[in-house]
Design a protein around this ligand. Structure first.
Ligand SMILES: Cc1ncc(COP(=O)(O)O)c(C=O)c1O
Length: 492
């Protein structure tokens, strides 16, 4: 889902902007007409932005709901961008943040050690069973990805392999908005305006692992098995290593479950293990980008725990701080961390807000809630229910091509033709229509994306509720989302 950027020039003074003025700048300000609401939580004012599919002004957020300034209550089925993993308005997190701010609200990481940062680092290392040994605490997924690329490169300088300058990534992946992260990512639409600025030569690219669109039929008429599929995909990775020169590759970067670019597509069983083997064979590193799929979203704290592999570098964000502070991190495995320790090497990198104590205090509290409330178990249980109910309720719909996901991370891909899997014309903006209808008529917020079918085509929505969702609310969520989908396709 895109967003417009707007600046506020009146910091500290009362803002003169109104919802109407805001609407003029809005990404969603097209001419789609709203329908009368069928929801009992309908707005008290007919035009508060929700009715037009615009971004309404938010008054508050609590638990699983957003509340606009005009009183509309919207069920949060996606945590914004897959962020609000323990729901909104938790007083215990606010208390932890305020308490840290009372002690000190900032310190430069170069001058002091901050207790919450140290505790958070210890928590993260311990959460991996010591497999990841070092942590850089940052503020955004893009920063974490940029850092991972740079650390991979610098590691090879330390070990005397300066010729390693290339990376391999996949189409239909997203690794962030900054130029390095955008260069390595394979999200066609998000790259397009900036193509001339992106690094062209250093990033080799392979196809995604997308069984819905790529699984072949064998000559004997049987469908390609997981093993055959993985073998074919990994042969393509091997080929890319050979094309670039195997000893020129720093790392392969992958999302274990692809988020915004592909709509919650888990890797086929065995794929990540096989990819890691190729990296190991050629002495390259494996970076797992768990910015969206990590920190419990797919049912284990780290998505790689379900894959039987350990990455060399791992990025986390989103559910890490649950939206209470902008928290991300780069986790470093033993190969690199060991070299740094043994050789006394220092990563030539840093950000002003690295190791921010308030960010650390918030992330620590969010993570302690996830652990103490046993929320990962709930993610697995409610995730299974969510997937099952989505498939039962709309799996047979003629325009629902695929429903896929893991944990509380589910994507629904829309197609014009269910048999041929033909995507819709991107200009119809089908996913956006579903988003708007969900918001306007069913009062539920979903995350949208385009490009999952390749070359910028293909529409999907993503369902990513908070980890503490109940079975009752999962049922309600499915009904609302299904209702929105049915209403949109009545029009096509
Ligand atoms: C897998 C992945 N990597 C990186 C990013 C970039 O994170 P941020 O938007 O916090 O910079 C995202 C954001 O959606 C993501 O999903």
């Amino acid at each position: 889902m895109g967003q417009s950027f707007s600046t506020c020039s009146s910091l500290g003074r009362s803002s003169k902007r109104t919802p109407e003025k805001e609407a003029k700048h809005d990404f969603f300000s097209d001419t789609t007409s709203g329908r009368a609401s069928s929801s009992e939580t309908a707005s008290t004012t007919p035009n508060d932005g929700v009715e037009d599919g615009l971004r309404p002004f938010l008054a508050k957020a609590k638990g699983h709901y957003w509340y606009t300034t005009t009183g509309t209550k919207i069920l949060d089925a996606c945590g914004g961008a897959g962020v609000a993993c323990i729901g909104h308005g938790r007083k215990d997190v606010m208390k932890a943040v305020a308490s840290q701010m009372r002690r000190y609200s900032y310190t430069s990481y170069a001058h002091f050690r901050a207790q919450p940062v140290v505790e958070l680092e210890e928590f993260l290392v311990e959460s991996t069973g010591g497999k990841m040994q070092r942590v850089y605490l940052l503020c955004s997924g893009s920063e974490a990805v940029e850092s991972s690329l740079k650390l991979a490169r610098e590691y090879f300088l330390w070990v005397g392999q300066p010729q390693r300058v290339n990376f391999i990534a996949r189409w239909e992946s997203y690794h962030g908005a900054s130029l390095g992260a955008l260069s390595v990512g394979g999200h066609v639409a998000r790259r397009a305006p900036f193509e001339p600025l992106l690094q062209q030569g250093r990033f080799g690219r392979i196809s995604p692992c997308n069984p819905y669109r790529q699984r072949l039929t064998n000559p004997d008429g049987t469908v390609e098995s997981d093993d055959q599929f993985v073998e074919r995909k990994v042969a393509e990775l091997e080929q890319e290593f050979q094309r670039l020169g195997p000893d020129t590759v720093c790392a392969v970067i992958l999302e274990p479950v692809v988020g915004a670019a592909l709509g919650c597509a888990p890797a086929v069983p065995g794929y990540l293990r096989a990819a890691k083997q190729v990296c190991d064979r050629h002495g390259a590193l494996l970076i797992l980008d768990e910015v969206m799929s990590g920190m419990g979203r797919t049912g284990s704290l780290h998505a790689w725990e379900q894959e039987g592999i350990v990455p060399d570098l791992q990025t986390i964000a989103k559910g890490f701080g649950g939206g209470y502070q902008p928290a991300s991190a780069l986790l470093v495995g033993h190969k690199i961390a060991g070299t740094m320790k043994k050789e006394g090497k220092v990563f030539t990198h840093g950000h002003t807000y690295q190791n921010h104590p308030v960010v650390a205090a918030a992330a620590l509290k969010v993570q302690s809630i996830i652990r103490d409330d046993n929320l990962l178990e709930n993610v697995r249980a409610q995730g299974e229910l969510l997937g099952r109910l989505l498939k039962e309720r709309i799996g047979e719909h003629p325009n629902v091509g695929d429903i896929r996901g893991r944990g509380l991370f589910w994507g629904i891909e829309f197609v014009r033709d269910k048999t041929t899997k033909q995507p819709f014309d991107p200009t119809l903006q089908i996913a956006l229509q579903v988003y708007k209808t969900a918001m306007q008529e069913m009062r539920v917020l979903v995350y949208t994306g385009q490009g999952c079918a390749g070359n910028g085509k293909g529409d999907h929505i993503m369902i990513m509720p908070a980890y503490n969702i109940s079975g009752k609310l999962v049922r309600e969520l499915v009904e609302r989302v299904a209702g929105a989908i049915e209403r949109v396709f009545e029009r096509y």
